[in-house]
Design a protein around this ligand. Structure first.
Ligand code: UD1
Ligand code: UDP
Length: 400
């Protein structure tokens, strides 16, 4: 039996690894698939695990309020090192660029285990943006054996860093698998939202907001909130819905600047199906989140990205996303423009999702299955229908 230990810690890792964990569990004769949660997040992680029915075999339960990077890194490395030693897996799977992902890869390396990195090859080329994620993913990359690149662009970044071609697999992003799974399961059932919100959604132009990046704490966050307030004050048809991230560095400025406005609804982090429902009802998504940028094209939603650089240029190249920076005037001007130009919104909405087709997890597990001792040749993977159709899908989405 080939043992694959999957490591999760935060909300986006859980969403993006849920399809992978479920796919591993669908192949019980080939894989044993323990799951370890660091509990880097608590409520926001548990919301996702509950939704997908995943119960980790290990829960290190590490989160403390206002944790520093050094604290969570030291505790996650120590805890994960113990779990890897105890489980003795063939491969450790990590996702993305969080502290949990970095520590999972490092713990695997210390125990001389293979590492599979899902969502490999995203880069801004600025080590402080996003912070600390750009450095986390570079460090994970150095420790990785199987690089699961979501797109051609990500693969090219890995090749330019001299990652061997034969170790890179373009799979699409597993977030699309998760999104389609939730959409099919819930069939757009109306979620349990704060009283009156569903009614208000029906009668307004909804702007769905998320924002939590560390490099934006302080001035940039004040600007983001200021821009939202400016537009809410000037456009009576606009309704902002902002599920506020639980990080105290986000909670404080958001509640102070935006609290109490009749058309700015600050709500708790939403269960994944509720958030997807809100995204589907929105006219525009205003965000700094990576996962949301990737999901929006599947729902035909234009995205304004409140950052100065993105490691996801595919959405911008496809015409679905615009980078609007982090100044108050810049964000407000772009938002007002898009809200008042429906034809531009329509053009941004009719884009094929450049991040994947909903079968990324199957491909990742196909690759791992093909690398088990005694398995058939890997090159046969590329000739099967699932991979050939995908190649056409992704070729359409190349960044110039
Ligand atoms: C982390 C990741 C970031 C990812 C984001 C997704 C790192 C360094 N950062 O950032 O890459 O984009 O998650 O959301 O790995 N908190 C709660 N309850 C929760 C979750 C968070 O109270 O369920 C609060 C706690 O006070 C915690 C703080 O948020 O200390 C920060 O959490 P942390 O995981 O360190 O950083 P994020 O900003 O969430
Ligand atoms: N999301 C969610 N509930 C919310 C806000 C976001 O389920 O209230 C989902 C969203 O659909 C996306 C993911 O969380 O899949 C993004 O997570 P986050 O913004 O925390 O992290 P990032 O993607 O920026 O790393």
């Amino acid at each position: 039996m080939y043992k694959v230990l999957t490591v999760i810690g935060t909300r986006p890792e859980a969403i993006k690894l849920a399809p992978v964990i479920l796919e591993l569990k669908r192949r019980p004769t080939k894989f044993s698939s323990p799951v370890c949660s660091t509990g880097q997040h608590r409520l926001m992680l548990d919301q996702v695990l509950t939704e997908f029915g995943i119960v980790p075999d290990y829960d290190l339960n590490l989160m403390t309020s206002g944790q520093s990077l050094a604290q969570i890194t030291a505790r996650a490395l120590e805890g994960l090192n113990r779990v890897v030693a105890q489980e003795n897996p063939d491969v450790v799977l990590v996702q993305g660029d969080t502290t949990t992902a970095f520590c999972g890869a490092l713990a695997a390396f210390y125990q001389q285990k293979k590492v599979g990195h899902i969502e490999a090859g995203l880069r801004t080329e600025n080590k402080f943006s996003p912070f600390p994620e750009e450095m986390n993913r570079r460090l994970v990359c150095a420790l990785t054996d199987y690089h699961f690149a979501p797109t051609h662009h990500a693969r090219a970044a890995l090749l330019s860093e001299k990652v061997p071609r034969s170790n890179i697999f373009i799979t699409g992003n597993t977030v699309i698998d998760a999104l389609l799974w939730v959409r099919e399961r819930t069939q757009w059932q109306i979620p349990d939202l704060p009283e009156g919100l569903v009614e208000q959604v029906a009668h307004h132009q909804v702007i769905l907001v998320t924002g939590h990046r560390r490099e934006s704490f302080g001035e940039a966050f004040e600007n983001i909130c200021g821009a939202i307030r400016d537009i809410a004050d000037s456009l009576p048809e606009a309704l902002f819905i902002y599920p506020v991230h639980l990080n105290p560095n986000v909670q404080k400025p958001v509640n102070r600047i935006l609290g109490g406005h009749a058309r700015i609804k600050l709500i708790a982090p939403q269960p994944y199906p509720s958030f997807v429902w809100l995204m589907d009802r929105a006219s525009i998504v205003l965000t700094d989140s990576g996962g949301v940028q990737e999901e929006a094209p599947s729902l035909g939603k234009p995205v304004l990205v409140m950052r100065t650089a993105t490691e996801r240029p595919e959405g911008i190249a496809a015409g679905n996303a615009r980078l609007v920076g982090v100044t108050r005037e810049g964000i407000a001007a772009e938002l007002l423009h898009l809200l008042t130009h429906p034809a531009e919104r329509t053009a941004m909405s009719s884009v094929r999702n450049p991040y994947g087709d909903g079968h990324a997890a199957e491909r990742i597990i196909d690759v791992l299955a093909a690398h088990r001792p005694g398995a058939g040749k890997l090159k046969s993977l590329n000739s099967c229908d699932k991979w050939a159709g995908f190649e056409r899908h992704m070729n359409d989405a190349k960044v110039a």
